[in-house]
Design a protein around this ligand. Structure first.
Ligand code: 3UK
Length: 514
């Protein structure tokens, strides 16, 4: 297993190691308006730590909420809180006051560091004992202004232990009460020492960018931990739209890209428009590695991206509960449409609900274990996620005889129609192979005859007629590619699919739509 010293503060460990390797003057954080060196990040996070202790009385173990866009100051807040021995609490941005109130009460937050906009939401949350501090606003009480008035001395980092809690990451929680996942200081390094070290293999001259918010652990790892681990630089985009991603790759010579499958498809649609001739796109020639997570990456999307850019996307499944990616493709070990094999350091199995192994080739529950485990903060769902010594992710998967893992569906999203088990994503993937289909979402709707009816929501390309003939054509197209009983008996055309800030299809909202 991985070994870390007993005394370990992941923030200073990452910074000290990077600075020892590449120096203080190497570019670290790049935004539209600023470029920070490693020295800048070290200095400003020292100032934040000092302000937290001196002005707000933060003591080790206090929880500090960070709520802001992907920006250098948001990253500095992370490192500042950790240097002060505090626990970072994160939420995906755009939470409204009610949600901030729920999360802050569960996590017993004492200070909230908020970008303008989030600060008013946090103040409206009315959480007793929670001090709301604006980061990057006008006025003398702003955190940035306080940093400028600080002693400017090196902050003596709190000597936390490797198994002190460093962060509480809340799951996006599309349904139900949000769950806070606690992770230790060593866990933050363990994602670098597993996925980054063995799969991503970042280098000091890499330039990272991507769309996931830093409040989502996919973004924290891909856009902060992994680049810092390599002494590389990272381009932080306040809005990680597909347009912004393409522009950033070209402008900053990005070599490592982190985003979700839907953004890869949207970028492909944009590239096609600009380049009728086809072939490798010159605007993306600096790209070296592309990572996809959050949802399964269809083989179709993988192939189209390889054709357009020459790059083989690394699909990986991760979870907030386990901090980052634990099964993934690797360099020359890719089966398009499969999530890949366990990342070195992790074990994965397909089990039934009683913990018994399911034979290869048959669907069952994905169970994993490795250096990081699920630790919900005061939540009875702990014993649902962790059973029989394994973390049950809630996904149905098949393992093939070569050890590759194939995603089927979220276990509670499996469609049962006329007694058949149907995985919505398989039908979605078949639809995506049709040239007129941009996006597809497939769910089971209650049906008096069949129990559930396979229902597809489809975003068509602009030039395709939304008529009965297209419905028929799509149905025949699916029947010709997968077992015919899986075809969508109902097809609805929609302008866009409902997705979370992290690119996940919101199936419950499709159900409401129907
Ligand atoms: C699903 C995938 C198929 C799967 C995440 C990378 O997504 C992340 O965390 P969340 O807690 O959701 C976890 C669930 O999302 N999923 C994620 N990736 C894939 N399904 N293929 C994939 N490649 O249902 C999983 O249980 O929001 C992803 C790194 C850190 C993360 N937190």
């Amino acid at each position: 297993g991985l070994r870390y010293p007993d005394r370990l503060n992941c923030a200073s460990h990452l910074l000290d190691t990077a600075i020892a390797a590449v120096g203080t003057e190497r570019r670290c954080l790049i935004s539209d308006t600023e470029t920070w060196t490693y020295g800048d990040l070290d200095r400003r996070s020292d100032q934040i730590a000092e302000v937290l202790v001196e002005d707000f009385g933060v003591v080790p173990g206090n929880r500090v909420l960070i709520c802001g866009p992907n920006s250098p100051w948001t990253v500095a807040c992370w490192f500042g809180v950790l240097k002060a021995g505090g626990v970072v609490v994160t939420v995906v941005p755009l939470l409204r006051s009610e949600e901030i109130a729920t999360v802050s009460r569960i996590a017993e937050v004492s200070v909230a560091l908020c970008a303008p906009g989030c600060d008013t939401e946090a103040a409206d949350a009315g959480v007793e004992g929670m001090r709301v501090v604006t980061v990057g606003g006008p006025g003398p009480d702003d955190l940035v202004a306080r940093c400028a008035r600080s002693s400017q001395r090196k902050f003596a980092t709190v000597r936390t232990s490797q198994d002190d809690v460093a962060m509480i990451a809340f799951t996006s929680g599309t349904t139900g009460r949000p769950k806070g996942c606690m992770h230790f200081h060593r866990d933050v390094l363990a994602i670098a020492d597993t996925f980054a070290k063995h799969v991503l293999k970042p280098q000091a001259d890499d330039v990272f960018t991507g769309s996931p918010p830093l409040g989502f652990t996919f973004g924290l790892g891909g856009l902060v931990i992994f680049p810092l681990y390599a002494g590389a630089s990272t381009v932080l985009l306040e809005r990680g739209s597909p347009e912004a991603l393409l522009a950033a790759v070209e402008k900053h010579g990005v070599s490592v890209l982190f985003t979700a499958p839907t953004a890869y498809r949207a970028m492909l649609a944009m590239l096609e428009k600009g380049d009728e001739a086809g072939g490798r796109d010159p605007r993306l020639q600096t790209l070296r590695r592309c990572v996809s997570a959050g949802e399964a990456l269809p083989a179709e999307t993988w192939r189209a991206w390889q054709t357009a850019t020459g790059i083989k996307i690394i699909d990986g499944i991760g979870a907030t509960e386990l901090l980052h990616i634990f099964i993934s493709a690797a360099d020359d070990d890719i089966r398009p449409g499969s999530t890949g094999r366990p990342v070195p350091g992790w074990q994965a199995a397909i089990l039934d609900k009683d913990g018994r192994p399911v034979p290869d080739g048959e669907p069952g529950l994905l169970a994993v274990r490795g250096p990081i485990g699920c630790r919900y903060l005061a939540d009875e769902r702990q014993t649902t996620y962790v059973r029989h010594g394994w973390n049950y992710t809630g996904d149905t998967y098949v393992r093939d005889e070569d050890g590759y893992f194939w995603y089927q569906a979220r276990s509670d999203d499996m469609i049962i129609s006329s007694g058949y088990n149907i995985a919505g994503p398989e039908v979605e993937n078949a639809l995506l192979r049709h040239p007129s289909v941009l996006e597809a979402g497939v769910i089971g709707m209650p049906d008096p005859d069949r129990g559930q009816l396979v229902t597809a929501f489809v975003v068509l390309r602009a030039d395709t007629p939304q008529d009965e003939a297209t419905v028929k054509e799509l149905q025949e197209f699916v029947k010709a590619r997968i077992a015919p009983y899986k075809y969508p008996r109902a097809v609805r055309f929609v302008p866009a699919l409902p997705r979370t800030a992290t690119g996940k299809l919101q199936r419950f909202r499709l159900r409401d739509l129907a």
